[in-house]
Design a protein around this ligand. Structure first.
Ligand code: NDP
Length: 273
């Protein structure tokens, strides 16, 4: 047992996490010997616990709420994507240094392009929300060279802060929901409103039959946001389960050097929702 490479997801709370199941499926599929568990970390002991994990020869960690910013602080080396994201969800040790990356954006983009056949290049994109999840996905979306990206948020100043952070690589448009007045090709819900079965106060005009709607949230039933889109006639309304599995696959690739096949894992999780 001691010889098996140790991985974990850390968060607080953590019992709901599907990451152990996902990574166990990846490991089995790729013939990789590893152990992956969920670890509850006390709110005041993240830094000490993470350093201890690596001192005990732990190989890699996924980091979830509320520790992604602390993980960014602890990393000795950051990817470009993680630097801009201001948050890290993947840590591993390389040549004695703790490396940090943020795979959420790669996960979202791969789910759209590879799993759903939707290209982002040249598209007029609307992103709802300006919290950690949105900041985390912006760089990989920008890398796809969309026509434009508008960030709509309840608190306009937070959207403007994001625009300032990304100003060197892209010009993000910012507004409040009630200022939206035309349809978008792709609308990504990165707010936490769906968690409470709420919908941001969106004008219907943003949706056309050809609009693609993507909710980072997922569940057994369509989210409030996706149901709203369907009611307005949007043909493609998808949830964030594929993003969850794809961000995990990218972590797995960074740690193990192999990219698992995500389709059977997404299908199995979908059945279990
Ligand atoms: P934050 O708390 O950092 O940000 C929340 C955002 O939602 C803010 O922009 C906030 O607006 C907005 N918001 C909350 N409630 C409402 C509402 N009722 N109406 C309008 N706007 C609202 O959260 P995160 O960015 O960390 O997470 C956002 C979502 O992304 C969560 O649902 C999370 O589960 C999901 N997620 C999914 C992943 C996946 O793999 N599928 C990965 C990461 C996140 P304001 O600034 O005005 O307060």
């Amino acid at each position: 047992m001691d010889n098996i490479d140790q991985y974990a997801v850390v968060g607080n709370p953590i019992s709901h996490s599907r990451s152990p199941l996902i990574h166990q499926m990846f490991a089995q599929q790729c013939g990789e010997q590893l152990d992956y568990v969920a670890k509850l970390v006390a709110l005041d002991s993240f830094s000490a616990d993470i350093r201890q994990f690596f001192a005990d020869h732990g190989r890699g960690l996924n980091v979830t709420v509320p520790f992604k910013q602390q993980a960014w602080d602890i990393a000795d080396q950051l990817s470009d994507s993680a630097t801009l994201a201001g948050a890290v969800n993947t840590l591993w040790l390389k040549n004695g240094a703790i490396r940090g990356d943020n795979t959420d954006g790669v996960g979202l983009v791969r789910d759209l392009i590879a799993n759903n056949g939707y290209q982002l290049a040249g598209k007029k994109i609307l992103i709802l929300g300006a919290g950690g999840a949105v900041r985390g996905v912006l760089q990989p979306i920008i890398a796809q060279q969309p026509l434009s990206i508008t960030i709509a948020n309840r608190t306009l100043s937070k959207a403007r802060q994001l625009a300032a952070i990304f100003a060197d690589i892209y010009t993000l448009e910012c507004c409040k929901y009630e200022q939206l007045e035309s349809p978008y090709d792709l609308i990504i819900n990165g707010t936490s409103a769906s968690l409470n079965n709420e919908l941001p106060p969106l004008p219907d005009v943003v949706v056309s039959a050809d609009s693609y709607l993507y909710d980072m949230m997922y569940g057994e039933r369509p989210t409030v946001f996706n149901q709203w889109g369907k009611n307005l006639g949007a043909k493609n309304c998808i949830d964030g389960l594929g993003m969850l599995v794809e961000q995990a696959a990218e972590s797995f690739r960074l740690w193990r050097g192999v990219k698992p096949d995500t389709a059977p894992v997404i299908a199995r999780l979908r059945k279990q929702l």
